[in-house]
Design a protein around this ligand. Structure first.
Ligand code: PAF
Length: 284
């Protein structure tokens, strides 16, 4: 069993046009490859809701903050294709760079509001890169639905806002974060953790879930976040970039957990930056 790999916009469009003639509903799962169970869960969810599922694989240079990070990003197309084939995904669209950014490409899509703060504050230009490439992929493919993981919660908001603002007719589906048995959120970056760091890593999720339960039960926000931050550092994380309570629907900062919310964090474990978030559902 194998999955067709398409590298040009012309071939992509011809195939999608054929599917459309058959009346198929088309979904896309955008990725940068290095596929793990989190990505595969998106593909499975897409296969439930659509007749044809395209997985994209493009390591997007515009969303990296440093050349070293871009160079270090894992490229495992062969293994990725082997993971997708048995699921029954219909196409791996792995465009050549000039199919996405042809010579002279000069457009930048910048989403204000939801791109600001959180990861946006620490990774300048990152969400412009994400919004620009995702808009291109949406317009190239013309899918009915697109699937994204809640692990990148801010990204999900940026993509929703961008599609809505630009009238791109596509439904954005957010899917729950997939975790290792010990709670660590799956991420392509986890492979960079040493054995000792891997042992410490799941403490971030433990602490977030614990703080979320306290907040849901009415604990004071500032004191709960201070204690959680101290616990993350005490567990062995080198730095907490942010740990904050935000409204689930628009990411606005909350100083009371009085509506559906998310507790979001980014923290460094040695040289590896991990992010995670958990829901906070007020009990009353
Ligand atoms: O989440 C990712 O892997 C990337 O940011 C995305 C959405 C594929 C855009 O390059």
């Amino acid at each position: 069993m194998s999955i067709p790999i398409v590298r040009t916009l012309a071939e992509l469009r011809a195939t999608v046009a054929e599917w459309r003639r058959e009346g198929a509903r088309v979904a896309v799962v955008p990725t940068m490859g290095a596929l793990h169970e989190g990505h595969l869960s998106l593909v499975r969810a897409a296969l439930v809701q659509a007749d044809r599922v395209i997985v994209t694989l493009f390591v997007n240079p515009k969303q990296f903050n440093s050349a070293a990070d871009l160079a270090a990003y894992p490229r495992t197309e062969h293994e990725d294709a082997a993971k997708l084939a048995p699921l029954g995904a219909h196409m791996l669209y792995a465009p050549d760079a000039d199919q996405v950014y042809p010579e002279g490409f000069a457009t930048n899509i910048s989403v204000s509001g939801v791109s600001e703060g959180l990861c946006g504050a620490f990774r300048p230009g990152h969400f412009d890169g994400v919004a620009t490439v995702v808009a291109k992929l949406f317009l190239q493919i013309g899918a009915d639905l697109a699937f994204f993981g809640e692990k990148d919660f801010q990204q999900l908001h940026v993509v929703r806002r961008m599609a809505r603002d630009l009238d791109i007719p596509i439904g954005i589906v957010g899917c729950p974060t997939v975790r290792e048995q010990d709670g660590l959120a799956l991420s392509s970056r986890n492979v960079r953790l040493s054995q000792a760091q891997r042992a410490v890593a799941p403490r971030l999720a433990d602490i977030l879930f614990d703080a979320a339960a306290r907040l849901a039960a009415g604990a004071a926000v500032a004191a709960t976040l201070d204690a959680a931050q101290a616990a993350i550092l005490a567990a062995g994380y080198a730095e907490v970039e942010y740990l904050t309570l935000r409204a689930e629907d628009d990411l606005s900062p909350l100083d009371r957990a009085d509506r559906p919310a998310r507790l979001l964090a980014a923290a460094w474990l040695g040289e590896v930056r991990l992010i995670d978030n958990v829901p906070v559902r007020p009990e009353t």
